[in-house]
Structure formats: structure tokens, C-alpha cells
Design a protein around this ligand. Structure first.
Ligand code: SR1
Ligand code: MG
Length: 406
């Protein structure tokens, strides 16, 4: 039996050996080095590089538990789902995801293109950098990868087989708990809030029955509406950027769910970046320009998505009922309504929950962070409470401007 014929938790030296032995990627004389470069919650990410040529690749490796919490069992099927999704997304949105070189279900290793020359979008946004054409590119990714997986486009039997193929219970459970439950009830006491933020959350989030009711509806739809094969974790830490080019990574949370989940996730994370700029940039022309860019991007994402969705529907929807007058507009309205609810859940859970992001954690001093967390919780709450009215980008801008502070 060979070293890689049964799963074990790999260390950098193992990943290097794996690359040499299992991949037809490096030359025989390659002088390899390997480092663990991941900072995510779930997996281990190794970069293997030939010191002579600079040629490199990524090996993403996981165990059957979660990295940040070994008590949370995950299974390993997420690796297959991620590998298949990346291949599918590369067909539908060419060049917008890393190229997959190999997936190994025994070692739970996904070998793929190294994106070292790209930046993690969340980090770029927290350096207050503009990502040109982002609204244009991310809406192309979302429309091109989601609509073709729906009943309106796929042959019904194939779509249902796809639902079964991408059933993803352990990862969905994380989302169901962290995104849809903890911001409203925190039954396991997982949330991490203190001081003024905790007082505010108790009074204005946990105590709001209408918010909890809407949160429950969003969760129920996530669990029961197998509308599209979504990415499932499309936050700005899952997007790499270089100039205007984007590469979407990490679709291990993929499953059939409402398509607004992906759109709302992107919007929610741009709102978090907006909070960072509000909290950390000095008042003045540069801050105003950056806030306006983020606000314009949020608004454009919603509006450009809507236009591209209608265009793609006209070209691709083959189910006979797709032609029913007004149905495509009804369908789009539901997607946008759901997206607004998700944008709200994402903002709330990143501020209140235990899967925090640098957009808020790096705001200092603590009093400033608390002020911004309050603003973000108000925005998140209002996205959920007004979701049916947030069918155009300008609706989001009204809420941001209402709660934004100098
Ligand atoms: C326990 S995993 C926490 C979060 O990290 C992932 O990227 C997902 O967003 C998940 O909710
Ligand atoms: Mg991830």
C-alpha cells in the first residue's frame, strides 16, 4: 500500500511529496518547497513551488472535521463538490475560477492553479482599493453559473439528479446555524459580541419578533427551495482579484438553494467593506470617493444582475411555463427579495457571530468599532425588514445613507 492510498492529515512535507508522486506537473529535477498558506476555517492549503522555475500550484486538503473546531464533523464529500463545481463554473464563466488539475477523493486533495499573483478581495477592500468593473464581472459570474442549473433551463430529470448529487448536509448545517439562526436566537451561545455592541444587539436585534419571523422564512427557503446550484459561500474572502480580473474560489458550500443566496452574500460583504471604510478612513475626499465607489458598486450589482438575468432567461429558459407573461419578472422579484434578506443575514452574522471578518475586527479603537457595528447591525436589520422593497440598487443606498455616520 502506498503512502497516499489511505487518508491522513498532511503536513507541508507530505504535500510536497504528493505533488512529486501524484501530479504530472513539475519536472523531474524540480527543486520543490512547500508552505501552508491557508487562513480559512475549514481546510489546509499548501502552496508547492519549484524554486528553479517559480512554477507553483495549490493543494487544498481537508480532514473529516473542521480546522477551527475539531468537534464539528464534516465528512469529506465537500472536496468532490468543490472540484466539480470549479470545473462547471469554468465552463460557464471561463477564467473566473482557478483551473483544477486533479481531485483525489482518498486524500481529500484538490490540486489547482496558484493565484499568488492575485489579492484576496476582502483584504484589498480593507486597504481601501478599488476593484474596477467588479459589478460587471461578478454579475456575469452569478448569472452564468446559476441560471443554467435551474428547472427553467435544465431537463427536469437531470436537474433532480443534480439536486441529489450536490446534497451537502454538513456544510448546509453550518450555514443554517451561523447565518440563519444565531443572529436571531443564538441558541448555542456561539455569538461573540461585547460591550455596547452586545447591548445594542439585545435591544434591537434579538428582541425584534418581526426580524426573527423573517429570518425563519429565509432559513426555511434555504432548506426547501432547491432553485439553483449555488456557490454557497460567495463572500469577499472567496474572491481573488487582480486589476479587474476576478477568480472565485471555495465552492465547497455548494448546494441547491435559492439563487439570491449568492447575490445577497456578495452585497452583504460589500456593505461590511463599506463599514470598514466608514470606520477607518479619515473624513475627506478620499473617504467620500471610496464610499461612493462601494455604494455605486452595491447598487450596480443589483441592477446589472437584474438586467443580465432577464437577458439570460430570454435566451436560455426552455421550460414551456417560462414564457407565461410576467413570470420571469415574478421570478426575478423573488430572487431580489431573497437577496436583500441574505445581505442582511450576512451582515448580522459577521458582526454578531463567531465567523468574524477583518472588515470589523480591524476597526479601532474599540469605541469606533462599536459605532460601526451598530451602523452595520441597523443596515442588516433593515435589509431583512424591507427586503420586498429592495428590488433596485437605490433601495440599498437609502438604507446605507440613513445609517451611515461621519
Ligand atoms: C465554521 S466555518 C465558518 C464560515 O467560514 C466559511 O467560509 C463560511 O462562511 C462559514 O460560515
Ligand atoms: Mg471558504
Amino acid at each position: 500500500m502506498g503512502k497516499f492510498d489511505a487518508h491522513f492529515r498532511m503536513m507541508p512535507a507530505d504535500a510536497m511529496e504528493y505533488a512529486r508522486e501524484k501530479l504530472d506537473y513539475f519536472n523531474a529535477g524540480a527543486d520543490l518547497e512547500c508552505a501552508e498558506v491557508g487562513n480559512g476555517n475549514i481546510n489546509y492549503v499548501f502552496r508547492v513551488r519549484d524554486k528553479n522555475t517559480g512554477k507553483s500550484l495549490i493543494i487544498k486538503h481537508g480532514t473529516d472535521a473542521i480546522r477551527s473546531n475539531p468537534n464539528r464533523h464534516l465528512g469529506t464529500d465537500r472536496g468532490r463538490i468543490e472540484a466539480e463545481l470549479l470545473v462547471f463554473e469554468n465552463e460557464k464563466a471561463p477564467g473566473m475560477v482557478p483551473e483544477v488539475y486533479r481531485y483525489d477523493s482518498v486524500m481529500n486533495c484538490l490540486c489547482m492553479e496558484d493565484l499568488s499573483d492575485y489579492a484576496i478581495m476582502r483584504e484589498a477592500l480593507c486597504r481601501h482599493e478599488i476593484v474596477p468593473d467588479f459589478a460587471e464581472n461578478i454579475t456575469t459570474f452569478i448569472v452564468n453559473t446559476l441560471l443554467p442549473t435551474t428547472d427553467m433551463v435544465m431537463i427536469p430529470g437531470e436537474k433532480k439528479r443534480n439536486v441529489a448529487k450536490y446534497i451537502n448536509p454538513e456544510l448546509c448545517k453550518i450555514t443554517e446555524e451561523l447565518v440563519f439562526t444565531d443572529p436571531f436566537f443564538d441558541p448555542e451561545g456561539r455569538n461573540e459580541l461585547e460591550g455596547a455592541s452586545l447591548v445594542f444587539a439585545r435591544e434591537h436585534i434579538y428582541a425584534d419578533d418581526e426580524l426573527a419571523r423573517r429570518g425563519a422564512r429565509l432559513k426555511n427557503a434555504f432548506m426547501n427551495n432547491a432553485q439553483a446550484l449555488i456557490h454557497g459561500d460567495l463572500h469577499t474572502g472567496s474572491i481573488f482579484v487582480r486589476g479587474s480580473a476576478i477568480k472565485v474560489i471555495d465552492p465547497e458550500f455548494a448546494c441547491y438553494a435559492p439563487m439570491g443566496y449568492d447575490l445577497g452574500n456578495v452585497v452583504g460583504n460589500l456593505v461590511l467593506a463599506w463599514g470598514h471604510a466608514l470606520g477607518m478612513m479619515s473624513a475627506g475626499a478620499a473617504q467620500s470617493a471610496y464610499l461612493r465607489w462601494l455604494e455605486g458598486t452595491i447598487s450596480d450589482i443589483v441592477d446589472i444582475f437584474a438586467a443580465k438575468f432577464m437577458e439570460a432567461w430570454a435566451a436560455q429558459a426552455t421550460d414551456p411555463v417560462a414564457k407565461a407573461p410576467g413570470f420571469s419578472a415574478d421570478y426575478l422579484r423573488d430572487v431580489l427579495d431573497y437577496s436583500a434578506g441574505i445581505a442582511g443575514c450576512e451582515v448580522l452574522r459577521r458582526v454578531m457571530g463567531n465567523a468574524k471578518v477583518i472588515d470589523t475586527t480591524t476597526i479601532s479603537p474599540p469605541e469606533r468599532r462599536a459605532e460601526i457595528e451598530r451602523v452595520l447591525m441597523l443596515c442588516g436589520r433593515d435589509f431583512i425588514l424591507n427586503s420586498e422593497n429592495l428590488l433596485q440598487g437605490e433601495g440599498y443606498l437609502r438604507i446605507l445613507r440613513e445609517h451611515g455616520i461621519g
